[in-house]
Ligand binder design. Sequence first.
Ligand code: ATP
Length: 199
Amino acid sequence: MFLKRLEITGFKSFADRTELEFVPGITAVVGPNGSGKSNISDAIRWVLGEQSAKSLRGAKMEDIIFSGSDGRKPVNYCEVSLTLDNADQKLKMDFSEVTVTRRVYRSGDSEYSINRQSCRLRDIVELFMDTGVGKEAYSVIGQGRIEEILSTRSEDRRVLFEEAAGIVKYKARKKEAVKKLDETEQNLVRVQDIMSEIA
Ligand code: ATP
């Protein structure tokens, strides 16, 4: 699986639709300070489901929408599409190419899609779980992240190894199952209370 294409419209400094094609191997993005290099990795993390404006270097989510410049009006929405080559079927989908898209409007409304089919954020997060590509995974390492990884608590570092080992999906499912069990237990207690009141 490799990153094939990134399409950015209205995201941060990319007012116009911009398409970046990647080929297997190493790609370097070079440019002067402030020209938008980091905005590219922000766009990748955002389309993969990043929900924190702070980690996208903004104060609120609206800050990722192009806010205008000399002679250019602000835009009302931004959209990012990330296309991955899936010939090796690492992503559990029967397609040799997978495109995930996220769009957000100034009103705060968000839309997500996988291969142009509308979906939930949860579907995108689950698709990338244990592949190393998710927003918290190790395939996109932003400025300062390496230092953070090295200095962080061992319990936090463990998350990266769990992703690489492919067990994040199972941990997430276990968490959901335990939550459901808890809710069921509470319901049982309530039912017992009602039954003892009636008896
Ligand atoms: P450096 O080499 O200094 O790290 P960089 O090339 O990584 O810089 P970025 O941080 O990606 O640059 O881009 C910063 C630029 O993006 C700034 O000029 C900033 O004004 C612009 N920018 C960020 N958010 C928006 C927005 N919502 N609308 C318009 N421009 C934006």
